[in-house]
Design a protein around this ligand. Structure first.
Ligand SMILES: NC(=O)c1ccc[n+]([C@@H]2O[C@H](COP(=O)([O-])OP(=O)(O)OC[C@H]3O[C@@H](n4cnc5c(N)ncnc54)[C@H](OP(=O)(O)O)[C@@H]3O)[C@@H](O)[C@H]2O)c1
Length: 292
């Protein structure tokens, strides 16, 4: 790296300040206190309930991008449901066999852990819980751990999966009505039974309501493609973070698959913002505004 391109000496401290502010904003009582001020010895960062921020002296570009990208999630009018998908340029999230480690680069994985730390619950579909065996914890950054939620109406995710065996974080197992609770899971696992339609589908709205009843104000729908697609099709996602990697898989599991439309005026045209995320590009899509 040339001397000119070297990051300024306070780059890490600025990033740390921005992240500290986002974590504080996550639970800040915006209505009672419309401003949040974070002080460091040599800097003051002020956030407001509308999602704006001001730093004195100015922060590095990277710290500003971190605030710009994530502040909309934690401000007063921020979304209740955020979804994410990491995909290739051709819209795939895994190979045909389900191999997905890793579609995205390290910066995107850090971004995913930041998202997990800024919500109350992280939800995955049965396919992801089974095939990826994810921990769904926050490890790449400092931050609060979310409730892990597995949407598994048929109760088919093997009990050996980490969400059911690792007792360090709570897990909520969402089952279909009448489905027996699997035996052999840890005491950290609680269950909730949801009504299914004739095709065995649970309405995404019912999932969100169950999570809100469980005290989860902000939810991250983390994958896979089928689950995120259903939540978007049902109008339940306020904001979508698409992390696009410069990779062509050419076949395999699709990311978004939405109901068929005939003409492009029926397509979703979300308000979009774009950020560099290492070699990947983060598209921050505001779906709530798009659908009115
Ligand atoms: N790149 C990424 O960001 C990312 C993120 C997560 C996962 N992945 C990859 O994605 C793949 C898995 O994704 P996927 O799309 O195949 O599966 P998925 O979305 O993880 O799980 C789909 C399954 O979840 C259950 N489900 C979801 N919504 C439901 C609803 N509304 N009602 C009833 N059941 C519902 C169903 O279970 P049943 O099948 O039991 O009916 C459904 O088949 C894996 O290969 C994983 O590696 C990639």
């Amino acid at each position: 790296m040339s001397e000119l391109a070297a990051p300024p000496p306070h780059a890490d401290a600025d990033l740390a300040l921005a992240w500290q502010a986002l974590c504080a904003a996550r639970d800040h009582p915006w209505t009672a206190q419309p401003r949040l001020v974070i002080n460091r010895d040599d800097a003051t960062l002020t956030l407001d309930r509308g999602g704006h921020w001001h730093a004195e002296p100015p922060l590095t570009q990277a710290a500003g991008d971190l605030l710009g990208g994530l502040m909309p999630l934690v401000c007063d009018a921020g979304p209740r449901v955020v979804a994410q998908l990491g995909q290739s340029l051709d819209g795939r999230i895994a190979t045909h066999s389900g191999h997905s480690h890793y579609v995205n680069g390290l910066d995107s994985r850090v971004h995913l852990h930041r998202l997990r730390a800024l919500v109350d619950a992280v939800l995955v579909g049965a396919g992801t819980a089974d095939e990826d065996d994810p921990q769904l914890s926050v490890r790449h950054v400092e931050g609060r751990q979310p409730l892990r939620v597995v949407l598994d109406p048929r109760g088919r995710v093997p009990v050996a999966r980490r969400v059911f065996q690792d007792p360090t974080l709570p897990t909520l197992h969402l089952l279909g009505e009448g489905v027996a609770a699997p035996e052999g899971v840890g005491a950290h696992v609680t269950r909730c039974w949801l009504t299914q339609d004739a095709a065995g589908r649970v309405a995404p709205q019912a999932v969100i309501e169950a999570l809100q009843k469980a005290g989860c104000r902000r939810v991250l729908v983390e994958g896979g493609g089928q689950t995120v697609s259903q939540f978007i099709a049902a109008g339940c996602v306020d904001r979508l973070h698409l992390l696009v990697a410069p990779l062509l898989i050419g076949s395999g599991r699709p990311g978004l698959v939405l109901p068929v439309i005939d003409t492009l005026d029926q397509a979703l045209r979300p308000v979009a913002r774009r950020f560099d995320c290492g070699d990947d590009t983060l598209f921050d899509l505001s779906l709530r505004l798009a659908s009115g």
